[in-house]
Design a protein. Sequence first.
Length: 428
Amino acid sequence: MWQVLSSAWALLLGMGMLMVGNGLQGTLLGVRGDIEGFSTLEMSFVMSAYFVGFLGGSRLAPEMIRRVGHVRVFAALASFISAVMILYPAITSPWAWVLGRVVIGFCFSGVYVTAESWLNNASDNANRGKALSLYMIVQMIGIVSAQGLFLVADPAGYETFVIASVVVSVSFAPILLSISPTPAFDTTKPMTLKNLMKASPLGCVGMFLLGGVFSAQFGMSAVYAASAGLTLTQISIFVATFYVGALLLQYPLGWFSDRMDRRVLILFGAASGGGAALFAMLMGGNFLFLLVAAFVIGGMTNPLYSLLIAHTNDYLDYDDMPAASGGLVFINGLGAVAGPVITGWLMGDGVFGAPGFFLFMAVLLLALGIYATYRMTQRAAIPTEETGTISPMSPTASPVAVEFAQEYAIETEIEEQEAASEAAAEAR
């Protein structure tokens, strides 16, 4: 662990600050939009725009890096992020915010691709697992910390937007001043979606549904909280609780996933999250109940992301695992683009109102649980001793980090098989 920190502390510090800035602007816009009188549907388009940009950035950023290099891409994208964050309070139009969010999503995606490729280069086979774990922890801590900064100033003013811009700008300093060498950039050509769907229908369908759930959680939780009449402090705690649950439950569920049929665990996670969402929809007037539901939903949706990737890998050859990561992230991104728009429509005054936020997540999670049950009737379970190792990963990561995680899973599985073979040989 200390070796990882000594070699990659600058990258991890920078990524943590990036997540603070990104998490802060998402919550801030949700509350500021309510103050400005934007409709829930208008805010849903604003929040969805981030995922449109993120999806585009994940496809185009690798080519940008190959053409001009990591440092130039970093500098260019950083300037755009800071500029857009400052412009939000200056141009209070929902459609200007939509454009800004597309730019922000594209830039953050490119920044993640760049930083994660640097992190991959800074680790080796011996410490890659610890680097992945630290990276995920840093991401979650960054988003949770952002909710505390949200209370520093009045969201009706411009000070909090300046804070978000400054945090993002400063986050690039430890990364760009790091002594770690600039890595050679290369990614695996993605597997076709047709072949990916054939290999793991549950993985593909689950990633699409989970994309909608996570984008609603990440993009619309503050919008819901403002619509439900929560105070600023309550909004901050409510949004943070999703990520606290994700941080605390990721590893216990990951431990179980290596010791049982992953489809059963996927069913359990989806059913638990869906049940919690239904509970919140019915009991949303009680703030404590909202926090319990947010903890369970966040604690289930983030581990489900890693579970679905690991489940897909169980049906792939080693050579295909990194290639499949890009396709899975793309499918997840398609679901994420649609999530806030549908959630915003459901939250409209003429439909379900604020409880539509939880209804949307409940429907998708329960649908995932039902589909997992169906898939268990179509194919026999793989023995647990033949399944690969799960790598904790967050839906906020780019395809580079997911591919990075798959390489670690492959290396770990090969090492375990070699150790088992040596033990069997010694026993003979």
